[in-house]
Ligand binder design. Sequence first.
Ligand code: GDP
Ligand code: MN
Length: 361
Amino acid sequence: MKLLEYEAKALFAEHDIPVPRGMVIRSPDELPDRIKDLPPEFVLKAQVEVGGRGKAGGILMADRKNGEHIARELFGKQIRGVPVREVLIEERLAITHEYYASIAVDRSSKQALILFTESGGVDIETLARENPDAIRKASLPLLLNQIPPFMLRDLLGSAPKELGPVIQNLYRVFLSRDALLAEINPLVTTPGGPFAADAKLIIDDNALNRQGITQNRDLTEREREAEKHGFSYVELAGTIGVIGNGAGLTMATLDLIEYYQGKAANFLDVGGGADQERVMHAVRLVAADPSVKVIVVNLLGGITRCDDVARGIISAGISQPVIVRLAGTNEEEGRKILDGRGYRMLDSMEEAVQAAVEAVQ
Ligand code: GDP
Ligand code: MN
């Protein structure tokens, strides 16, 4: 889960990484009362989970005189389509140079990958493409609880030594917060020392519990619901809802939709041994996606009984048409139950998928 800049900065500060003094406001109306707490010149930063906010107009300079006016302007904006609901107001730094530092989990080597460059502030992907030699890299086993000093010296090169402890502390945040990525861009030097002018922290979703985070904000409401039921559920961009049991059958159904030139809106794998209630929840969840115009249910009965599945589909009571392919245990009973209620049950998955693609055309 991605943290917002001010949340990441609070954690950075706990680990002795210097961050600019600041406060968060949720409306421009809060500003007049608090303006006296602010330095004469400050920066307003939209708290949106969007990269490149600066270029997109999400970072504005202001002072005590025009602060409220600029804040109104920022709260009225959408940054790459995302409305601004929170703004971080920070002291304006007298930046002498912008660096970049990040630590990420490198899945292939199963190590921590540290990147550092003296050309910070810019988009790191662009720099990696245009001037890869400007980025220094180091890998270290995650078992180490600090970056070995020789490694830190190599990373920094001729950059100021005062950046060393910042990167060392960034590694502590990275480890203790179960992060997949901890990034400071730009990491700046000022006459008052180094500062993390920006902060990015992505927590491993598998560690949210341990980190005391009860809700994964990166998931949609439906994705959270699916997680609760133990369904594998993924949202896509089309109009056909897909329910299958087992990853293989579900993927095969998606492939067939592609083959018949349809587009799936989502897919849900109910897993093994789906009973009536699980099927009902699955159908309701897939149908709750407003882009779903028709649903294909493609299930193989083994432990799962087709009559249970049929009852589950009916008890979901959804408005979209459901096209069903059921095979296996109690298949005939399932067919009877569905036929009686006006649901289409087809014999092969090819027929079911074709019927669904035709239904949305
Ligand atoms: P991003 O565009 O979302 O990455 O937002 P950043 O927080 O990284 O800010 C973008 C750029 O705004 C930085 O690279 C700086 O050049 C500039 N900036 C941000 N905060 C300050 C500040 O306090 N003082 C000055 N002079 N520039 C700042
Ligand atoms: Mn940045």
